[in-house]
Write a protein that binds this ligand. Structure first.
Ligand SMILES: Cc1cc2nc3c(=O)[nH]c(=O)nc-3n(C[C@H](O)[C@H](O)[C@H](O)COP(=O)(O)OP(=O)(O)OC[C@H]3O[C@@H](n4cnc5c(N)ncnc54)[C@H](O)[C@@H]3O)c2cc1C
Length: 450
């Protein structure tokens, strides 16, 4: 390899920098280090750089998963000083400056001068881990594919069934969590019913499809609040989404969701074949190990409470960035992760002094609510909603999408989906739903059953 730091008398390969993860924070750090010619190894448990904000579009057939998840190895191929490894980091030794990771079914050790932990977050089920197996999530490429196939399967099976109760259940979708992901998904599933499936399933009217958005808090998009939340609610309701706020999900069982009103404590049930959980996040697994090894404190979601300069606990050479951390109540959003990645890289390169506190520049946050409608808060204070906010959302997300081809394809897909009524990736699924998946039985079993 010839690019690693010399480590006399050590069999362990050592890099100036080891980066863990391939998300927004890791990629921003890697690009800055690569441009500066710093030798680094990036270890990630997935081969791709996943653009999570567009996952809901992959789940609803607008974009393909390839367009939002290009291989991290290809993105970093332009940097001579970059090494990429597929593996899951399971331990860190701050004294020995070594990381242990599992890749290709084996355990490996790699040395680092500095370590950047950017392992993101996973879904939180607030002590109800059994909900994980009863709901769909939207965090990974596999999640998006699974949800897309579930939606398609529900329509196909509803078309076949003669049992009205089963049909209703198949065409009922409950989305738990009215943050950006929940709102975007609920709006899109409703839009699918109106403008995509309505044309191809002649017997399924848009009004046969129920989409219920549930949240324990009283506003949708609570991070925005006020007029923007009210706008989002009105838009969703107009599109036909049933918005249930101030309702805690207390049970999910046998395709029935039980929701308890936070004020009256009365419960209501919502039968639904598809329940999507987007109600909260917790730090990825590695955070607990880093906390234990460095003495770094964590918050209730297990996120590392990093120092202002993004170092963790007592370790001066270990940084953590993005969703795996919590600092000054910054939101778990991609701009925070990217700016933190660049800040750490600048300290490593020497563009700014080690120990320089991280300062976040809030250029704005936005969320799509439906077709031609979005909400945006620019620079933390200018509020916008409607078609102009929607156009801005598209432009910003296009800008950050990696690769010219992906941007071009995204524009074409958006035009065919938003202006036309097509969903290019329901037409060309990564893995088309088969009759076996729809019925859960093989042809042998079906013959026997018949
Ligand atoms: C559905 C959805 C929609 C979103 N929409 C928006 C939006 O509109 N705007 C916005 O700003 N933000 C949005 N976000 C949040 C945004 O995606 C995150 O803030 C951002 O991805 C955080 O970046 P990160 O680098 O910290 O972590 P991630 O991007 O989550 O990357 C974590 C990486 O670490 C890897 N990893 C995890 N554990 C290990 C391990 N032990 N060893 C090796 N690798 C590991 C993972 O494979 C992954 O590559 C959304 C998130 C989701 C899920």
């Amino acid at each position: 390899m010839g690019k690693t730091r010399a480590e006399k008398g050590s069999a362990v390969q050592t890099y100036d920098v080891v980066i863990v993860g391939s998300g927004f924070g890791a990629l921003a750090a890697a690009k800055s280090l690569g441009k500066a010619g710093v030798t680094f190894s990036l270890i990630s448990s997935t081969t791709e750089h996943l653009f999570q904000p567009l996952l809901y579009q992959a789940a609803t057939g607008m974009l393909s998963t390839g367009e939002i998840a290009p291989p991290i190895r290809r993105i970093l191929a332009q940097y001579d000083s970059a090494d990429v490894r597929l593996g899951r980091v399971v331990d860190v030794d701050p004294e020995a400056h070594q990381v242990t990771y599992v890749g290709g079914g084996q355990s490996h050790t790699i040395g680092f001068g500095r370590l950047i932990v950017a392992t993101g977050a996973t879904q939180a089920y607030f002590g109800r881990d059994e909900f994980k197996d009863r709901t769909f999530a939207l965090k990974t490429v596999d999640d998006a594919i699974a949800l897309r196939e579930q939606i398609l399967s529900c329509y196909e099976t509803a078309h076949l069934t003669t049992d009205p109760a089963a049909r209703k259940e198949l065409l009922s979708f409950v989305v738990v969590g009215a943050g950006a992901t929940g709102v975007e998904l609920a709006g899109q599933i409703r839009d699918l019913a109106h403008r995509y499936f309505a044309g191809s399933f002649k017997d399924i009217e848009p009004d046969d499809v129920t989409v219920t958005l549930v949240d324990g808090v009283k506003e949708v998009l609570p991070a925005f609040g006020g007029k923007l939340s009210a706008y989002a609610r009105t838009k969703l309701e107009k599109s036909g989404v049933d918005v249930v706020t101030g309702g805690m999900v207390t049970d999910i069982d046998d395709d029935v969701v039980t929701v308890q009103d936070v004020d009256t404590k009365t419960s209501r049930t919502y039968p639904a074949k598809t329940v999507i959980w987007s109600a909260g996040v917790q730090a990825s697994d590695l955070a607990a190990t880093i906390a234990e090894r460095t003495g770094c404190e964590t918050d209730r979601a297990g996120r590392l409470l990093v120092h202002d300069d993004l170092t963790v606990g007592s370790a001066k050479d270990i940084y953590a960035i993005g969703d795996v951390t919590s600092l000054n109540k910054l939101p778990g959003q991609s701009p925070v992760a990217m700016q933190q990645g660049r800040h750490v890289a600048k300290m490593i390169i020497g563009k700014v002094d080690a120990g320089t506190p991280f300062k976040y520049t809030d250029k704005g946050s936005m969320s799509i609510v439906g077709r031609f409608s979005a909400v945006a808060r620019l620079f933390g204070k200018v509020d916008m909603s409607g078609p102009i906010a929607w156009l801005m959302w598209l432009a910003v997300h296009l800008m950050y999408l990696v690769g010219f081809r992906n941007r071009y394809v995204a524009v074409v897909s958006w035009m065919t989906s938003y202006i036309g009524d097509k969903r290019p990736h329901f037409q060309y699924t990564d893995h088309s739903a088969s009759a076996t998946e729809l019925t859960g039985k093989t042809s042998d079993e079906e013959r026997k059953a018949a």
